[in-house]
Design a protein around this ligand. Structure first.
Ligand SMILES: *Cc1c(COP(=O)(O)O)cnc(C)c1O
Length: 371
């Protein structure tokens, strides 16, 4: 029996850079400066250059990036923020935590990104923000969304947690809205050794606001004009990210190469009719944080793959409008049929950069047997 294929393998990424990472951590230990400080400032400078944006503010997680961005826009009780029904929970959770109401919109049936016409219909006099998600690493359809938002005078906060380095018509995800939010959760394309995140913006005042919010709203220590939180980034995480970010372009290339190889393997195996492969739009650079296929009888398929040693994951089994905590929004099954269908039949296959051609063949062969 073959060794199987893990869903992710962070150790394979760590081993070749072990010495460099441990030296960076040692540098922080020697400096005894653990929160914010020079490592975080250096990471922020490097990220503005890499992402192509004026300001980058290191924060404690992708979730806190979303929260701080919405707080910087003044989103609060009674406000509405329009977002997708199909994403990680934090997208909607950050809206609800501020006392605002997430207004869900269905997704495009193939990309699973937010449907722009749906956004147009969801806007009301209470809408204070639009939050698209660049799901699985492919940017949402930003051109019509930016036009729509500008016309309505509503700011966009991009949830780019899964999309560092992704591009739409040559411009990077996270740089279209008033603010863009990234996550460095360990399994994201650029992962820290713990929780970490980043807010980016081209607006000087918004950047200042987020910097203040990140530190309890204080500009000068112990003097608070606004209420913020502890959204600060640790120096150890920044030091690790600075080492890892140098390799991000090559990892992204490897993910894209793996995705192309899956397409070839599925075509060669004659499985293209039974497995729907992820849609990739011609005007975007998809960075494949996840390679998500659609299969009938997904849970059985997943279990049968597991029995053959193939790791997979489900993103996401329950759409946001059907989460118990949002019961008060009174949604019904069928409200967002494309999101609900995706929750039933989407299955993420291993796509990490170090995945080998042999492992990919194993995944496709196993899927062929199971189907
Ligand atoms: C990972 C993720 C987040 C949250 O990031 P954390 O760093 O885990 O807090 C938010 N939105 C999306 C779409 C994500 O994938």
């Amino acid at each position: 029996m073959p060794a199987g294929v893990p869903f992710v393998d962070l150790r394979a990424q760590f081993e070749p850079m072990r010495e460099e990472v441990l030296a960076a951590i040692a540098r922080v230990c020697d400096a005894q400066q653990f929160i914010l400080g020079p490592e975080v400032e250096a990471l922020e400078r490097e990220m503005t250059a890499a992402i192509g944006v004026r300001h980058a503010i290191g924060v404690s997680s992708g979730t806190d990036a979303l929260l701080a961005a919405l707080m910087a826009l003044g989103v609060g009780a009674g406000d509405e923020v329009v977002t997708t029904a199909y994403s990680f929970f934090a997208t909607a959770g950050s809206i609800a935590r501020l006392g605002a109401r997430p207004i869900f919109v269905d997704v495009e049936p193939d990309t699973l990104n937010i449907d722009v016409e749906g956004v147009r219909r969801a806007i009301t006099g209470r809408t204070r923000g639009i939050m698209p998600v660049h799901l699985f690493g492919q940017p949402a359809d930003m051109a019509p969304l930016v036009t729509l938002a500008a016309g309505a005078g509503i700011p966009i906060v991009e949830d780019a947690a899964q999309a560092i380095g992704a591009a739409y018509r040559g411009r990077q995800a996270g740089t279209f809205g008033a603010l863009g939010c990234f996550s460095f959760f360990p399994t994201k394309n650029l992962g820290a050794f713990g929780d970490a995140g980043l807010v980016v913006t081209g607006d000087d005042a918004a950047a200042e606001h987020v910097r203040r919010l990140r530190n309890h709203g204080a500009e000068q220590q112990y003097y608070h004009r606004v209420v913020g939180g502890n959204f600060r980034l640790d120096a150890i995480q920044a030091a690790v990210l600075r080492i890892k970010s140098r390799r991000l372009p090559q990892w992204t290339e490897a993910r894209r190469r793996n995705a192309a190889r899956y397409r070839d393997l599925f075509a060669a195996a004659g499985l293209a009719g039974r497995v729907a492969l992820p849609a990739e739009r011609a005007d975007r650079t998809h960075i494949y944080n996840q390679f998500v296929v659609r299969v009938p009888d997904r849970d059985r398929v997943r279990e049968a793959l597991r029995a053959r040693g193939i790791g997979t994951a489900v993103y996401y089994p329950v759409p946001l409008h059907q989460q118990e905590c949002f019961a008060s929004l009174s949604h019904r099954p069928g409200d967002f049929p494309h999101a609900e269908a995706a929750a039933r039949d989407s299955l993420a296959l291993p796509i990490f950069p170090e995945l080998t051609a042999e492992q990919q063949t194993q995944v496709v062969d196993a899927l062929g047997e199971v189907l």
